[in-house]
Design a protein around this ligand. Structure first.
Ligand code: SAM
Length: 243
């Protein structure tokens, strides 16, 4: 997969893309990152990327020319046709399902806004998609692009052990079950007996129940569209009524 990032602050990506799993994914050839400063594409004398909003008002707006030209340059030097995605609080709320959808793409371009955001012609004519990482406003799209990149790359084949993300929260529709590791007794705080039993079927059932219980307590909205057995439905109803 290729991930291009267009940003006015490319140095912000140095640590994130060159550590841990993202670093390993690049070394193994599963992903190629390219971070470009779209200020380099300005055609005006002062390399300005923004201008005052028509109609007045506070803040500056990103002008179309540098971003249109930066995307054109990316398209002309790659054989793939990338999906151009704007980072914006007005976009589709980012979810695990969207991360899975993007992990199927061969090439994406994540565009980081700044100031008041994008001239609307960028939204209408350049972007294929718009993504928000949550209902709050950041100063720029860089952190949002990092979040999307991290969530997508860990889903690529062989980047991490596949069942470690297949059981992750949201992948199964629920939050994930609790985890425990050694020691079995830490200052009187004990690991549930079932996990020490070696009985795989019972362990699986306990994990499923725990995942349902914590989802019912913390994120009941996730359960609305899930298909549950009669027993599971009864368990969820009990937890919800206790709440
Ligand atoms: N005036 C814009 C609005 O109200 O929709 C917000 C602009 S924000 C200060 C500057 C940039 O940060 C945006 O263009 C976008 O790229 C990025 N950004 C801010 N919040 C974001 C979020 N929740 N998700 C994704 N990107 C975000």
């Amino acid at each position: 997969m290729k991930i291009d990032i267009l940003s006015l602050f490319p140095e912000m990506f140095t640590a994130v893309l060159h550590e841990s799993i993202l670093k390993r994914a690049q070394e193994k050839g599963q992903v190629v990152f390219e971070v470009t400063n779209f200020r380099d594409f300005t055609t005006n004398k002062h390399n300005k990327v923004d201008d005052y909003p028509y109609g007045g008002g506070a803040g500056m707006v990103l002008t179309p020319q540098p971003l249109f030209d930066a995307v054109k340059a990316i398209k002309s030097k790659n054989e793939t046709t990338p999906k151009v995605i704007l980072m914006t609080p007005q976009g589709r709320p980012f979810t695990q399902a969207i991360a899975e959808e993007l992990a199927q793409e061969e090439h994406i371009v994540l565009v980081c806004g700044h100031y008041e955001g994008f001239d609307e012609r960028i939204v209408e004519y350049l972007a294929d998609d718009e993504i928000s990482i949550g209902d709050y406003v950041l100063t720029g799209g860089e952190l949002a692009a990092m979040v999307v990149t991290d969530a997508v790359v860990r889903l690529l084949d062989d980047v991490i052990v596949s069942d470690s993300h297949e059981n992750d929260s949201f992948s199964m529709g629920t939050l994930e079950h609790p985890h425990y590791t050694r020691p079995a007794d830490y200052e009187g705080m004990k690991v549930p007996d079932v996990l020490l039993s070696g009985h795989h079927k019972n362990i699986e059932q306990w994990r499923r129940e725990q995942a349902l219980i914590r989802t019912a307590k913390r994120r009941p909205d996730l359960l609305v569209s899930m298909s549950l057995t009669d027993n599971e439905r009864a368990l969820v109803a009990e937890i919800i009524s206790e709440k």
